[in-house]
Design a protein around this ligand. Sequence first.
Ligand SMILES: *Cc1c(COP(=O)(O)O)cnc(C)c1O
Length: 403
Amino acid sequence: MTSAINVAGGWDKLSSTLTRLARPEAAPEGVPVNMPMTRGSTVLFPTLEDMRRQGQKRFDHAYIYGAMGTPVQHELEKAIAVIEGGTDCQVVSSGLAACTTPLLAFLNAGEHCLLPDSVYNPTRRFADSVLKRFGVETTYYPPCASAEELNRLMQPNTRVLFSESPGSHTFEVQDVPMLAGVAHAHGARLIMDNTWGFGIFAPFAHGVDVSIQALTKYPSGHSDVVAGAVTVAKQEDWHLLRDTAIQLGQLAGPDDCWLTLRGLHTMGVRLAHQARAALQIAQWLKDRPEVARVLHPAFPECPGHLFWKRDFTGAGSLFGFILKDTFSQNAMEAMINGLKLFGIGASWGGYESLVLPTSKSITRNFPPAEAEGPSMRLQIGLENPDDLIADLEQGLALLKAHG
Ligand SMILES: *Cc1c(COP(=O)(O)O)cnc(C)c1O
């Protein structure tokens, strides 16, 4: 028994729902288990009246024209809305587009938004460049800021409070119900990048207005798809989001949507395994003398651990760790280059294990007060966790050899 912490409970619970998503109804003549693939730009109608009538249904996940989504995309949207606990979902071309589309939908020139300092770096770049060019001002807040601190940062023109929990690279878990209280008291929306918590964090039950998913990660799960999703729970938000997505030409191709639906069917068992394996490996690392700190939301030393315990029904396959500050960046890079089962590459959530250095890639307005050693992020895949531990063990030997 490695631990009493249950990181897989939520995944186990979700599996029956996941296996039945987008399943065609049985018919006397028989139907395949999986929905058919529809590729198409033009949709034909018998009369102009029929075409106009269908054109009115852009908020109803109807098949109108390929650029407004295909039946496979619309089934995927319904599936994501079920898992997130929202009412409507828009599938977009990437996880990054899922971050940028709602920012464009819910902010106007002259308005202000608050982003956590721990936010996914491309979202930060988008705010600092495109949003700025279009007259939207951004302030960064420490991811663990209190309600009082946030109230001080909210301005009369603040319309979006953005959350990402746990934070990219640094894994701070945020007090989302508190953030929702602050946002709503000031007439702002709470937009959350819920990519890590997909399936194990119910955004709308915790006060979130708009939930973002990189479908590239757990849902597709095989490192062969790039897609994103934005889910809402209010009709007014849906209309604004849907119209903005149509005007930006946002969609995902039917093959990518079909592959993501296929991925969703096995996500429960994949992630239950990966969450347990990640915890086992994190616990092994925590006891190693080379390691200063493990950044895993299920560990009490992770900032916001109590919010994870209160609000999440499980954990994911992604976590970080910081080496003792006696080790150099070069020594860490020698370790990473020497790992055999961990691939070096961007993204996460697939069936394969990955590693990336984090310490030199983080942009922060509020860096830690005390100097910390080099750090890295691990994505744990479906390999045998004992093999992954053996690989890390020989990697730590390389680290020590380089000093
Ligand atoms: C990967 C990621 C994204 C972006 O997803 P892409 O499909 O790679 O564009 C957004 N947010 C978070 C938290 C991510 O990890």
